[in-house]
Design a protein. Sequence first.
Lengths: 273, 288
Amino acid sequence: MAGALRWIVFAIAVLAMNFPIIVTLITSLKSQRELSTNPGLWISQPTLDNYLEVLTQTSRFNIYAYLLNSTVAALIGTGLAIVLAFPAAYAIARSEAGKRLVLPIVINLRAVPLIIFAIPLYMMYQWLGLLDTRIGLGLILTIVNAPLALVILVNAISDVPVELDEAAKVDDASSLQVMMMIVRPVIRPALVTTFIFGFITAWNEFLFGLMLTTSRAVPMTVGASFFFAASGGGVKWGTASAVMMLGALPPALLGLVMYRQISGSMTAGAVKG
Amino acid sequence: MALVTRAEGRMYLTPLVGFLLLFLGFPAIVNLIYSISAVTFETLRSPVLSGFSNYVAVLNDREFWSSAWFSLRFGILTASAECLIGLFLAIFLAPLLSKRPVLMAPLMLPLMVAPAMVGLMYRLVLHEFAGPVPYYLFEWFGDSPAFLDINNAFRTLVVVETLQWTPFAFLLFYMAYSAIPLDVREASSLDGASPFEIVRWIDLPLMKPTLVIAFFIRFIDGFRVFDNVYALTGSGAGGSTTSLSIYIYQAFFKEGAIGKAVAASVVLFMASFIVLHCLNRLAGRRKR
């Protein structure tokens, strides 16, 4: 009895929280004609026409460009964040440096509204010629990803037994060698998790994409909103839905496959920090 | 002997610290200078100091205070709703989820979709002709409210934000709840405690730190909300959905009022600094 009730509550929660995704998916599978008569949650004649249109008619809305921009910027923003955070995390976990100032400041960065840096960054980018470039966007996404990357990696390195480092030290390895050849392979799973989570976060970022790009480097999240703005009052809901589904697909797929690892990293710093 | 000397440690920290100083430290200084200068897009490189007139302008701007009020209410309401529903789901669904962990995946799915994208999706969901919600409300009740007009936009946005981010609170609570040793509960159950009493007197006190942290994380995220509000309503009818982040964005990009936008940024920075400072003090006291 209680078991059945739990299933019901579970089903309601899943439906309610995923409702916009479900509606968008259903709408994306309806034909233009059916859309004008049937806004409900069933489909009488499912079709892939909307996806075909989005993927083939790229003269007005080139979805490949947006997807590529998002991919490149997210890869830069995630890769660089890890490259910067890994040695820092090693230093914090294994030496006296950085514990008192760097770690708390970077952790708190996560809670600072990043818009307060947006205006000077916009001007700085203008001077440096980084406006509307994938690299520029990637550099900002590095800032967005750095705090959580640092927390996850500090936690992971702290869990590695110190004896492992000591043994290598006895064999005359330098700390750089220990970091790269002993610690790095051991915490590989944490590095992968950081990468996946960082990629999803970077892909889903919107504010800086909106402010710092205008045409060449526009990411998917911003591109999708352009699609709405460009079509004015007469939004073609079928194709719009296909655009939204395609834009949401990469992070959603990654998330569904890796949900276990992600639940750990999402709560890092909240439960352990 | 330390495994990594302090000097080596500093060396390993340098790339990250240098990067952050360049991308956040430098902008912070620019913020401070511009906030006390008269500056336009034409005089970007030669701002003229003008004292605190930008701050005076911001603090006298009714728009600023109404957006601050929006952000505060939005943050408190969404954080409370997310934590209450998340807590209920975590405790009530725990027996189901511990047996079938894969059920976590659909519950976490909303967290994987960009808030901006979810905002756009709700344009469809709530659209008066194409959206299923108004459609069914008309079918069943013969009437449907205008979800995004000046009277309802705030409530609609609270629901949108809550539905997307309840999974986050739920996730934190579920992990904290699962970490409570079973024998604690079994012992109190043997002593004749009802399930409700166990939750009230055993689980909740043990989960209290997580409750506080989840509330603050969600409050801060709600307070600085931008993406989904911008995508769904913009600043809304009559500016009714202008959050602080949107206020700053519009002051800069729409009005070109650089000084005002920057001064508002500094005020927001101070406010978040104070909140974070209090939170850290609180957390520090707990650890001791």
